[in-house]
Design a binder for this molecule. Structure first.
Ligand SMILES: *Cc1c(COP(=O)(O)O)cnc(C)c1O
Length: 401
């Protein structure tokens, strides 16, 4: 394969993000295809025995087996790393495979993790249920309280784990402070950047160590495949993550990798336009509802910080109608916006987190993180803003607002 369009890091480093999104990491075969080739092959063949011996010894580059490396998946990994500003990236089978690998590859019994209280339901499950089973201590804190991060540090604290903005309460974490604090104590920060993606926020610029993704969300952006990724230094990816991944096998299918490669071509355009639509729709909803959580609106307690950390505030916001009955009445009156618990899609989608994404948590844990019975979360898509406004207007009226 000819590495003509972007595997040479000295060339691609100078490309600007829009160029990287289209061309970064492309390997062209002898056919000179424009779109990346899809290598649906689990194994590879060799011209002679020494070649394969050299590859297995790590002394020669080249494919051996798709659990170890696959050309289509490698293109995606290189492109995400370039967009993230990371030295290396490894794709994962899903966002949760990425979060699990990013934590378990580096944690052992006796270590301590500090995690954000407001998080995706399954991320909380990793902290609340999985880590303790393996003797990993966990503290869950209010991630918007800088003093709480500092107070939670113990001599055995190994990892800080959080998302920003957080699902579904849109908590914004002070990246510079929290990553700086971690650095000062030799703690590794793992940031779940699914809500923003590198098109809107690059945590490594604020001192984060590891950025983990659900690429199912904005990166695919069209609701097609599950995918995930972990980005970090070459040392972390090659020496800490890779031994875990190669031997446990949470690998991304080449087909799914190819779909996400196509998604990355338009990621920045979609992320910015969806953010713009989300601010417009938020401004429309705000005067009508008792409470709105939207980092793109001045009423958000960390609006200024969100604007400093992010290029735009993303497609997702939440609002509270006070009761489950009213929230369900609104959902049932929607004609355009779909009831769906996915996010990052180019279609507008809405869900009731307490009965879906966060249903497995106890009512007390939900209440503590602000997932109330009346809370609705919306992912704002690329539809015409006037159609979205009309649909929400009708649904708000049906719910009594
Ligand atoms: C969706 C999501 C995940 C999990 O990703 P999957 O691809 O569904 O496994 C993790 N974190 C956040 C913030 C998410 O939104």
């Amino acid at each position: 394969m000819k590495k003509t369009t972007g595997m040479d890091r000295n060339v691609t480093r100078n490309w600007r993000p829009a160029t990287r999104a289209l061309r970064g990491g492309t390997w062209r075969s002898e056919h000179g295809e424009t779109s990346e080739a899809m290598f649906l092959s689990s194994g590879f063949t060799y011209d002679d025995a020494q070649t394969v011996a050299d590859r297995f010894a790590g002394e020669a580059e080249g494919m051996t087996y798709s659990r170890l490396q696959n050309p289509t998946v490698a293109m995606l990994e290189e492109r995400i790393a370039l967009l993230e500003g990371a030295e290396a990236c490894r794709a994962q089978a899903s966002g949760m495979a990425a979060m699990t690998a990013a934590l378990l590859c580096q944690l052992s019994a006796g270590d301590h993790v500090v995690g954000a209280r407001a998080a995706f339901g399954s991320c909380r499950w990793l902290l609340d249920h999985l880590c303790p089973r393996f003797g990993i201590e966990v503290s869950v804190i209010d991630s918007t309280d800088n003093a709480a991060w500092e107070a939670a540090i113990r001599p055995n604290t190994k990892v800080f784990f959080f998302e920003t903005p957080a699902n579904p309460t849109l908590d914004v974490v002070d990246l510079e402070f929290v990553c700086g604090l971690a650095r000062a104590h030799g703690i590794t920060t793992v940031v779940d950047n699914a809500f923003a993606t590198n098109a809107l926020q690059r945590p490594l610029e604020f001192g984060a160590d590891v950025v983990a993704y659900s690429a199912t969300k904005l990166m695919d952006g069209q609701g097609r495949v599950l995918a995930g990724a972990v980005c970090g230094s070459a040392d972390f990816i090659n020496n800490v993550l890779l031994p875990f991944q190669r031997n446990t096998g949470p690998n991304l299918s080449p087909f799914n990798a190819w779909v996400v490669l196509k998604g990355l071509e338009t990621l920045s355009l979609r992320a910015h336009k969806q953010s713009e639509n989300a601010v417009a729709l938020g401004q429309f909803v705000e005067p009508r509802v008792p409470h709105i959580l939207h980092p793109g609106l001045a009423s958000h307690p960390r609006h200024e910080m969100a604007l400093r950390q992010m290029d735009a505030t993303g497609p997702i916001f939440s609002f509270d109608l006070g009761s489950r009955d009213r929230a369900f009445a609104l959902l049932d009156a929607l004609e355009l916006i779909d009831i769906s618990n996915n996010i990052g899609d180019a279609r507008s989608l809405m869900c009731h987190p307490a009965s879906t994404t966060h249903a497995s948590m106890t009512p007390e844990a939900r209440a503590e993180m602000g997932v109330t019975e009346g809370l609705l979360r919306i992912n704002v898509g690329l539809e015409d803003i006037d159609d979205l406004t009309e649909d929400l207007d009708r649904a708000l009226k049906a719910a009594g607002f």
